[in-house]
Write a protein that binds this ligand. Structure first.
Ligand code: GDP
Ligand code: ZN
Length: 333
């Protein structure tokens, strides 16, 4: 039997050969860690030993709205072949996933990753400014697909008075909305070891606009990762070839990360207008106080959400974001 072994430090696939009696070959369960066209690399995490698998045409693909019915992070069963490769025979139901649509008009979506333990959304208030619309869209996607999210606020070393004010405002709005914010600085190393601790035993998605320091942050977690993520992939993400395949990388002190380079926005699919506010935690907890159900919190009288906005319990910025998304979604319906 031969197989592939992935050496993380050398960033190499090493082929190994084991002489095993055929009857020892058995079915295994593993997580898909990489997808390259026709092949899926799987490993029984947390063990990092890759088996290259294929899917046989006969396997039923129920999910026809996505371009990749098997995604990174999927738990699968496979049958090991004599040559050390595997055939995927089953996909387990997902606890969550994150998708993107190539355009707002497209019906088909691409699953970025499944079974994510936590999504880290890296943001900066200035240098560059992370647009709230981008942030809120990402957060809504996470809520809709049940992915726990932590906002990582980077570059906290930049401390002009004006910047500090903006940071304070940002923190107030998003903690009020119910989000956890972790302040870090790649430059000074502030809280990066805390982040490292949080990765342990988890599959984590890293996302953020370009320039926020995502590569620097990933590099501070494990310097061997900088070769595999970052600028090169950013470059490849440009232009038409947007069906780039995401992959799971092991981090040296434990845990796994999925980098999402070049992601400009996440598409929401098939969401009814009155459903959107369910994905704004601060609105969700007030829905039952609205007179009308369902309520879109726009024109309806005696709306608890609008009332909370007027009283300042829900931020105007978040509400404006909500209205923007509502309008955009209805445009493409
Ligand atoms: P990416 O595009 O999100 O991967 O961002 P990079 O990691 O390439 O970082 C963009 C720029 O921000 C680089 O010039 C980094 O040196 C800088 N940078 C990253 N983290 C910090 C930080 O915590 N503080 C400051 N002041 N600059 C940072
Ligand atoms: Zn309402």
């Amino acid at each position: 039997m031969t197989g592939l072994y992935y050496h993380t430090k050398l960033n190499l696939f090493i082929q190994f050969r084991i002489f095993a009696p055929v009857e020892k070959l058995k079915e295994g369960s593993a997580t898909v860690v990489k997808h390259t066209g026709s092949h899926y690399m799987v490993s029984s995490l947390p063990e990092w030993k890759l088996v290259s698998c294929v899917v046989k045409g006969k396997m039923r693909m129920k999910d026809l709205h996505t371009t990749n019915p098997i995604a990174v992070g999927d738990h699968v069963d496979y049958q090991l072949q004599e040559d050390g490769t595997g055939i995927i025979s089953n996909i387990y139901p997902r606890k969550n996933y994150i998708i993107r649509k190539s355009t707002n008009l497209s019906r088909q979506a691409h699953i970025i990753a499944a079974n994510i333990d936590v999504a880290f959304l890296i943001v900066t208030i200035d240098f560059p400014e992370t647009k709230w619309a981008f942030m809120d869209r990402f957060l809504v996607t996470c809520e809709a697909y049940k992915v726990p999210v932590t906002i990582v606020l980077n570059k906290t070393d930049l401390l002009t008075e004006e910047y500090a004010e903006k940071v304070k405002y940002f923190k107030r709005i998003y903690s009020q909305a119910g989000y956890r914010i972790l302040e870090v600085s790649c430059k000074t190393g502030y809280n990066t070891s805390l982040l490292k601790e949080e990765l342990k035993g988890k599959i984590c998605l890293f996302s953020g606009m370009s320039g926020v320091g995502k590569s620097s942050l990933i590099n501070s977690l494990d310097s061997s990762l900088s070769l595999k993520t970052g600028k090169i992939s950013d470059y490849h993400m440009q232009g038409k070839h947007t069906t780039t395949f995401y992959e799971i990388h092991p981090v040296e002190n434990g845990g796994f990360i999925i980098d999402t380079p070049g992601i400009k926005g996440f598409g929401l699919i098939e969401m009814k207008p009155d459903e959107l506010s369910h994905y704004f935690p601060e609105m969700l907890k007030r829905l039952d106080k609205c007179k009308f159900a369902p309520c879109t919190h726009t024109h309806e009288p005696e709306c608890a959400v609008k009332e909370a906005v007027e009283k300042g319990y829900i931020s105007t910025d978040r509400y404006v974001s909500y209205l923007g998304m509502l309008e955009e979604e209805s445009k493409y319906r």
